[in-house]
Design a protein around this ligand. Structure first.
Ligand SMILES: [Zn+2]
Length: 257
């Protein structure tokens, strides 16, 4: 995931917060780094160093964190203004902030909200520049870069269902991985041909001291099962005419782009 670029450059002794972590929004960094994960609700399988807390009232002192990660969480906070104020208070002036959110105007987010009856997305973001400006203004951290993210529709994957399959899923081939691979290939072809954004998900934003190696290329090759994404140069395509790759994280077969 794009946040690994920042994690790689963290100095020993850095303090990192996964804010709105769910069951862990990224693998806990190794090495001499202090890590903490916060969410309002305790997930069934909490990540390492989990703390239940309101993101709008964080139980940390001012200037605690070198890096705060909000990976697909800002869209869920009812008290977004309070959360941004708490990021401003608890992040060091020399720190970095990583934010990934869905674009509410995309096919992916509309489908997700329709299928999951809202899915807890209470903050619709439709403009990357407006959101970046708001975060920059409220946290005091300079906007360093924005990276467009693609979707894999992994929320449609029947293997990811936590309960009975929603009946609406049958409109999407029942959420089988074969139907997802075909759908993604088709949408990417339409995007390439007509310049549409049907395979878009949203954006990753980097603020503050985010390091020197931010890659702003479109983040593609997202796994239809686990949702992880991988740079094309790190993957091996199975064939030239029907290229696919095996996800290094979960072993699922995916269309290669
Ligand atoms: Zn995977």
């Amino acid at each position: 995931m794009p946040v690994t670029e920042i994690l790689r450059e963290l100095a020993p002794g850095s303090v990192v917060l996964d804010l709105g972590c769910g069951s862990g929004s990224f693998p806990a960094p190794g090495g001499p780094v202090t890590f903490c994960a916060v969410d309002l609700e305790t997930p069934p399988v909490p990540p390492a160093r989990f703390l239940q807390a309101d993101a709008g009232r964080l139980p940390f002192r001012a200037w605690t964190f070198d890096l705060i990660v909000c990976n697909h969480s800002l869209e869920h906070f009812l008290n977004l203004g309070d959360v941004l104020a708490e990021i401003h208070r608890t992040i060091k002036p020399s720190g970095a902030l990583y934010v990934a959110v869905p674009d509410s105007t995309t096919l992916s987010d509309r489908l997700y909200r329709w299928l999951a009856r809202g899915g807890g997305h209470v903050n619709p973001f439709s403009s990357a520049s407006e959101l970046a400006a708001r975060i920059e203004r409220t946290t005091g951290l300079r906007h360093a870069a924005t990276r467009p993210l693609c979707t894999s529709f992994s929320f449609l994957n029947r293997k990811n269902a936590r309960g009975p399959l929603p009946r609406r899923l049958w409109l999407f081939g029942g959420g089988t991985e074969c139907s997802l691979r075909i759908a993604i290939r088709l949408l990417r072809m339409l995007d390439r041909t007509f310049g549409t954004g049907l395979s878009s998900y949203g954006w990753a934003f980097y603020f503050g001291n985010a390091g020197s190696a931010i890659d702003t290329r479109r983040w593609r090759n997202v796994c239809i099962r686990c949702g992880s994404a991988h740079p094309p140069e790190s993957l091996r395509a199975t064939s030239r005419w029907w290229p696919e790759f095996t996800c290094p994280q979960c072993g699922t077969l995916n269309p290669f782009e």
